[in-house]
Design a protein around this ligand. Structure first.
Ligand code: B16
Ligand code: MG
Length: 221
């Protein structure tokens, strides 16, 4: 039986990925670097500083650490401004229903997000009370595909990695979960997330019962 789930935030529970994209695009253009939706795929699940490094590398731009910090702060100011009024309408399909279903079945729930803005977002969309533990961008400096953010989440719930299902929308997040020894549920495009063990379009396509059946059937494979 599954006993714990670790949820990524952006792109799994809440539709904030588009706001990250717009803020990074604005920053890239400010620096004279072209930035496409394809570039944005590389930044999903990746920390703020590492995302900036990707843009600087693409543009062949070399700057001091102080300037990097200034640019990352500027992007965050634009991003925070765009999510200032975030509310329940930004919850992705099935998000709250699945959290409710898991809670009803005594499953422990933790966040496993790279974002330093995670708590403000969870409060904004009114889902904070479903979480037993929060592991986010303030918990570690290590960015996915490093598994640290998920290992902290498992430990915080008193669980082993193999007892937890990590729910992720990014390639780097699935990779991190697999490196850490977690079971993986990918949310989104099956071609993009082909490394995930189980993939659905969104959280509305899966219930606690389906997850539990899949977990039990595939546990020792
Ligand atoms: P912040 P997740 C990640 O959140 C986003 O996918 C990624 O685009 C962002 O750069 C990262 O959080 C850091 O976010 O700048 O708010 O600290 O998908 O891991 O929930
Ligand atoms: Mg994500």
């Amino acid at each position: 039986m599954i006993t714990a789930c670790i949820f990524d935030l952006d792109g799994v529970i809440v539709d904030t990925a588009k706001f990250h994209y717009l803020a990074w695009k604005r920053l890239a253009e400010h620096l004279g670097v072209e930035f496409s939706e394809e570039d944005n795929e590389h930044l999903k699940g990746v920390s703020r500083m590492q995302s900036l490094e990707y843009i600087l590398l693409k543009g062949g731009i070399q700057i001091s650490n102080e300037e990097k910090l200034r640019l990352a702060t500027l992007k965050n100011e634009w991003y925070v401004e765009s999510i200032k009024h975030i509310d329940t309408t930004e919850i992705l399909p099935g998000g709250e229903e699945l959290l409710k279903d898991l809670k009803k079945n005594q499953i422990k729930i933790s966040l496993g997000s790279a974002s330093k803005n995670a708590i403000a977002i969870l409060n904004g969309i009114g889902l904070m009370s479903y979480f037993d533990f929060i592991s986010d961008g303030n918990s570690t400096d290590k960015s996915k595909p490093d598994p640290e953010v998920f290992l902290i989440a498992a430990k915080g719930m008193g669980k082993l990695p193999e007892e937890c299902i990590v729910v992720e929308d990014s390639i780097k997040g699935i990779e991190a979960a697999k490196v850490g020894g977690f079971r993986t549920l990918g949310i989104g495009d099956a071609e993009v997330l082909s490394d995930a063990e189980y993939i659905v379009k969104d959280l509305a396509q899966v219930s606690w019962e389906e997850l539990n059946n899949w977990y039990n059937k595939t546990k020792n494979i």
